[in-house]
Design a protein. Structure first.
Ligand SMILES: C[S@@+](CC[C@H](N)C(=O)[O-])C[C@H]1O[C@@H](n2cnc3c(N)ncnc32)[C@H](O)[C@@H]1O
Length: 293
């Protein structure tokens, strides 16, 4: 089996092994690579790129795939300190798509995700209440073992301005293992310790921080902290196929994990590079066990 350092150092060669001729024998370069932080970012379509990753070499996957639920063209004005507006015309990856399209999309990338995960390793997937249902069905169809649905409770979520339904303060994250066999890679004791010596629940509550950069769907670093600490160890290779603003890499390097990210939009890739280079501040760990405080 490939060791973490091998997979991380040789990822360019392996990603493109069967298309090298088309590249004129040139190695495709990552959009951004930071060897001291063990980060590599590839710009491109995950559905194609994941096919180039060898079997059973990734220790953990965190994925926040497109939601396919937004109305195209809607411009949301924000006054909560985040980027001033969220123009969904620019976030075309979030546009509504047919159920058939969504099923096909999630099936394609999840099949590869399952293949590249090591035995016993896990995947964390977030989504809206629309998209997570499709993802749940695909996970079961592919033979993943769903371990938990984790409720992310944002304490300071905005109200429902129109008053047309309840105020939405939660998001569901599915946590699943490659398949039913083998021991699950789960740092149970670490998480219990972080929770004051009490078994951690599947509800993670947090106050959302404001971001000084523009990405409409940035995950809160605390969510990544919990997932990474629970599902991986120092030196492990984590992969994020829909990197967005790079929260996974930002937190992974802070927790001494290696991270490979894929993002289709070059503007977001630039944002990730800037973020990883400290333009918006350095990572500071939020979770601490009692004996670490
Ligand atoms: C929900 S956002 C991820 C946000 C991310 N978790 C963060 O913390 O910033 C989904 C991202 O997937 C990207 N994306 C959509 N389709 C993609 C594809 N086929 N391959 C790679 N990236 C894709 C979008 O550009 C978008 O930035």
């Amino acid at each position: 089996m490939l060791e973490a350092l091998d997979i991380f150092n040789n990822i360019e060669g392996m990603l493109c092994a069967d298309t090298r001729a088309q590249y004129n024998h040139e190695k495709p370069l990552p959009f951004y690579s930071n060897p001291s932080k063990s980060i590599k970012l590839y710009q491109g379509d995950s559905l194609a790129i994941l096919k180039k990753v060898p079997d059973c070499c990734i220790d953990m996957i965190f994925a926040d795939p497109p939601y396919f639920g937004n109305q195209s063209g809607l411009i949301i004005k924000r006054t909560d300190g985040h980027a001033a507006t969220f123009d969904t015309q620019k976030a075309q990856w979030a546009y509504s798509k047919s159920l058939n399209y969504q099923f096909e999309f999630h099936y394609t990338w999840l099949k590869e995700a399952q293949r590249i995960l090591k035995q016993g390793s896990t995947i964390w997937i977030t989504g809206t209440y629309h998209s997570i249902g499709v993802i749940n069905v695909v996970l079961q169809d592919l033979g993943f073992k769903i371990l938990n649905d984790i409720i992310l409770h944002k304490r300071n979520a905005p109200p429902n301005f129109k008053g047309s339904c309840f105020r939405a303060v939660t998001e569901t994250m599915l946590w699943a293992k490659k398949n039913s066999s083998g021991r699950t890679r789960f740092n149970y004791r670490v998480m219990k310790e972080l929770n004051g010596g009490i078994q951690m629940k599947n509800i993670w509550e947090y106050w959302a921080e404001k971001n000084p950069f523009r990405h409409p769907a940035t995950k809160q670093p605390i969510v990544l902290e919990y997932a990474i600490l629970a599902g991986s160890n120092e030196g492990d290779v984590i992969l994020d196929p829909f990197a967005g603003s790079g929260t996974t890499g930002f937190v992974a390097q802070g927790l001494n994990r290696k991270c490979i990210m894929i993002e289709i939009d070059p503007n977001y890739c630039q944002l990730i590079e800037d973020r990883l280079e400290g333009k918006y501040g350095e990572f500071s760990r939020k979770t601490k066990a009692k004996n670490e405080i």
